[in-house]
Design a protein around this ligand. Sequence first.
Ligand SMILES: N[C@@H](CCC(=O)N[C@@H](CS)C(=O)NCC(=O)O)C(=O)O
Length: 188
Amino acid sequence: MTHYSKGSEKPPLKGDVLRLYSMRFCPFAQRARLVLAAKGIPYECININLKDKPEWFFELNPGGKVPVIEHPNGKLISAFYKSVLGQEGGQDAIKKPLAEFENNLKQNDKYIGGDKPGMGDYLVWPWFERLEAMQPQILSEFPLTQAWCKAMKELPAVKDCIHTTENHVKFWEKYRAGDAYSQLIGIN
Ligand SMILES: N[C@@H](CCC(=O)N[C@@H](CS)C(=O)NCC(=O)O)C(=O)O
């Protein structure tokens, strides 16, 4: 199995197939492989020699790290971002995973695993924070998820890290418009 190194040519993309740049022992890349496999998404795996990286790899990720996903049409935008940006099809695509999330929340539990917040709650919260800020009407169909959002916002750690709805909206407007200072929204 080839691991592409310095001096190699970048292999041409295979039609429409998604490509994952990986390294066999990288846990982050393994996480990407796990999700692609679990979702049944076909992909081509290109291994990178991380001790002797090909020059062309830095064009894909200037940080030089795996994993990197490349899509032949260059556009890879998740259902989450589509829905946050109000793009066509985004709302429908996000409803399926939201329904799964809702079904996994138990009627009497405050958080994912019971009455105490756990790692799972904190790991998924940032996406819900943005969804709630940008497309709150989507969440109105999911009452348990809404109650969970409310409980999350009462946690000191979440309070400490949260951005206001106003700042999320301003950030997205400016970021989409290519404003290099968008990342400073909310800093006086
Ligand atoms: N969470 C990070 C970490 C990725 C990462 O650290 N990958 C390691 C391999 S497990 C890597 O590419 N290391 C090469 C390097 O740092 O030069 C990400 O996905 O951006």
